[in-house]
Structure formats: structure tokens, C-alpha cells
Design a protein around this ligand. Structure first.
Ligand code: MG
Length: 368
């Protein structure tokens, strides 16, 4: 099989709740997703998506994804999309770094591998483990009372895992954590995600003040070293997210006992091929994972479902159903949340069929 063409689309994804706020005064109201179609000489088309969380979250932004795809796409015409290792080596040789640029193309090629073999991506990645995957719900930064009130609302939608967006003023964050924890029921999981927003002394102060609270601490500070210092200080279970940008960091983190859980974001590490490699390493080393991406719509939610569903259940801390946060659906067959859980499609590939009326005309086309 050969790649004969690549088409790139753009779709706006507004949020049901109007906006999403996290540390540092950051917020996004409309997500800017890029969708890629990889066409082949055998008539099959694979689909991928990338959607950065605005330009201020990671070294990634929506127009950067499109500029990078425009740089790479002409160099991939003629390549075998099913030879995923070879294809990734080709992308890494053609463009140093910028892993998120490569993610949608890699995802589309996994979709093709599934379609060509008649197997779901989850089957190709190890098989559907259990019936479905428990999801977490992010709670946008707000007053302690408003955030605590969201717990009951989201629990009524079936969620039992809640991720509070903190990373602000220490006293307010302590109140946010305590107010939310007071709403928990047995079996619920609460994570306080600072999204790098605390300086080290603030993180030590907050984590000290919640030593008696049933809460996980996620990515308190900007750097790995600062997070490690906080980790060594606190008695709370600890999650690393933003700094986990590749397999090297996971190896280092395991050696340092720097975390109990990682957040594995597909585009942050360069696509499903590399995310699966990290997933398998974490399973072997006993590290649980939240499997997700920076954001996205129907295709990314499908990719998350396949990677998460094929992960052994005891290493699945949680996953995300981003397509339920946004008002626009652009693919049929995408997984839909049921009682706070998500299942990967059993159809070949990712199991999604893009709705071309929603995607509109491609922004750019390479090849035929
Ligand atoms: Mg996080």
C-alpha cells in the first residue's frame, strides 16, 4: 500500500460550558482541531486529528500543527502507511522534534492498518481489555464552591473520577481541594491538577495543607526537578503530566520514583505509535496511566478509546471523552460516553466515518 494523497481539514470545536479555564489565567472557548485524511492506492483512507489546548499549554499550537503537516506531507507521498515504524522514522528524519505535528498522520496510518487488516486499532494494540474504560471529568477552574458543586453534577453523568483545575493562589487552591473532597463518595477519585501553575514553595505549602485529604497531586510545577522536589515532600499519590513528553522522561521518572501515575497524551509524544510504546513500558514497570490527548473531537476520542481499552485494566487510571465536552460532532461511529465510561469500536481501524459536510472543503491537499 502506498500513500497517494494527504488532505488537511480544520474544524472549530466550541465548548458546551462556554470556556475551559486552568492555571495561569489560561482559558479556551473554541478548540481549533486539524483533521488529516491519508489516501492510498488501494482505495482506503485513514483519518487522524490533532488539537492543541491553545498555544499556552504545551509547545504546540493549532496553526503550528498545520504548518508542520504542510512541511511533512509532501515527503510522505509514496510511503507505505502500514509500515508504521518505517513511517515514523521517515517523519523523524524529515522533521526534528515537533511531535504533535506527526500525531494526526500517525493516527491516520493506524486507522489504515486496521482497515487493511479488518481489525480494530484496540485489537492491534493488544485487545479490548474488559467491557469499557472509566473516564475522568476535568473541572474548569472556578470558585471553591462552584467547583465543588460540579462533582454532584458530573457524578449524575456517570463520572466517578474528578480532576480539579488548581494551580492558582495557595489559599484558594487549598479551599478548592477541601471543598471538592467534601463532596466525594466512596469509590470516587479526586485529582488536584496544578498544570505547572505553582512555584515550588507554593506547591509544598498546598500539598502540606491537604495531607489528610484523599486527593492525588498532578504536575504541581513547571519543571521535572521542581515536581520531584514536591513529590519527595508530599505523602499524597503523585501524577506527572506536562513534563512527560517522551519515553526518556518515563525511564528517568521510574528510576527516580518521581510519580505513581502518568498522563499519556497521544499528540504530546508524537502519535499512537509512540504512545503505545510508552504505554507498554508503563505496564511492564507498574505505572498506571490516564490515557488522553491535549484536546480533540471525535477522531481523537476514538484514538484515546482504542489505546485505553487495549491497556490492562489495573494500569488504567482513567481516560477522557473530549467529544462530549464540545458541541460539534464530525464523525459517525465515534465512541460516546455511557455512564461515565467509553468503549473502543470493534469496527476495523478507528471505526470513525467523518461527516464531510461538517469538515467542509480541505484547507490543503497534497498528491492526488
Ligand atoms: Mg494534567
Amino acid at each position: 500500500m502506498r500513500i497517494t494523497g494527504i488532505r488537511m481539514f480544520q474544524v472549530d470545536l466550541p465548548l458546551h460550558e462556554g470556556s475551559y479555564k486552568w492555571s495561569g489565567g489560561n482559558s479556551v472557548s473554541v478548540f481549533d482541531a486539524t483533521v488529516v485524511a491519508v489516501d492510498t492506492d488501494e482505495g482506503l483512507t485513514g483519518w487522524g486529528e490533532v488539537c492543541p489546548l491553545g498555544p499556552a499549554y504545551l509547545p504546540a499550537y493549532a496553526r503550528g500543527a498545520r504548518a508542520g503537516i504542510a512541511e511533512l506531507a509532501p515527503q510522505l507521498l509514496g510511503a507505505d502507511p502500514l509500515a508504521l515504524g518505517v513511517l515514523n522514522e521517515r517523519m523523524d528524519s524529515a522533521m526534528r522534534g515537533h511531535p504533535y505535528v506527526k500525531s494526526a498522520i500517525d493516527m491516520a496510518c493506524w486507522d489504515l492498518l486496521g482497515k487493511a487488516s479488518g481489525l480494530s486499532v484496540a485489537t492491534l494494540m493488544g485487545g479490548h481489555a474488559g467491557d469499557d474504560v472509566a473516564l475522568y471529568r476535568a473541572i474548569s477552574q472556578d470558585t471553591p464552591e462552584a467547583m465543588a458543586a460540579r462533582i454532584a453534577q458530573y457524578r449524575s453523568e456517570g463520572y466517578t473520577k474528578f480532576q480539579l483545575k488548581v494551580g492558582g493562589d495557595a489559599d484558594t487552591d487549598i479551599q478548592r481541594i477541601r471543598a471538592a473532597a467534601a463532596e466525594l463518595l466512596p469509590g470516587d477519585v479526586l485529582v488536584a491538577d496544578a498544570n505547572t501553575g505553582w512555584t515550588q514553595h507554593v506547591a509544598v505549602r498546598v500539598t502540606d495543607a491537604v495531607r489528610d485529604v484523599n486527593v492525588y497531586i498532578e504536575q504541581p510545577c513547571l519543571t521535572y526537578e521542581q515536581c520531584l522536589a514536591v513529590r519527595r515532600h508530599t505523602n499524597r499519590p503523585f501524577v506527572l503530566d506536562e513534563v512527560v513528553d517522551g519515553i526518556d522522561l518515563v525511564v528517568r521518572g521510574v528510576a527516580d520514583q518521581a510519580m505513581d501515575v502518568i498522563n499519556l497524551k497521544i499528540s504530546k509524544v508524537g502519535g499512537l505509535t509512540k504512545a503505545r510504546q510508552i504505554r507498554d513500558l508503563c505496564v511492564s514497570l507498574g505505572i498506571a496511566m490516564t490515557i488522553e490527548d491535549t484536546w480533540g473531537g471525535d477522531i481523537i476520542t476514538a484514538a484515546i478509546a482504542h489505546l485505553a481499552h487495549s491497556t490492562p485494566e489495573r494500569f488504567r487510571f482513567s481516560a477522557t471523552d473530549f467529544n462530549s465536552y464540545v458541541t460539534v460532532a464530525f464523525a459517525e461511529g465515534a465512541p460516546q460516553r455511557t455512564h461515565g465510561r467509553l468503549a473502543a469500536s470493534r469496527e476495523p481501524g478507528l471505526g470513525v466515518r467523518p461527516i464531510m459536510d461538517v469538515l467542509g472543503a480541505p484547507l490543503q491537499v497534497w498528491g492526488s
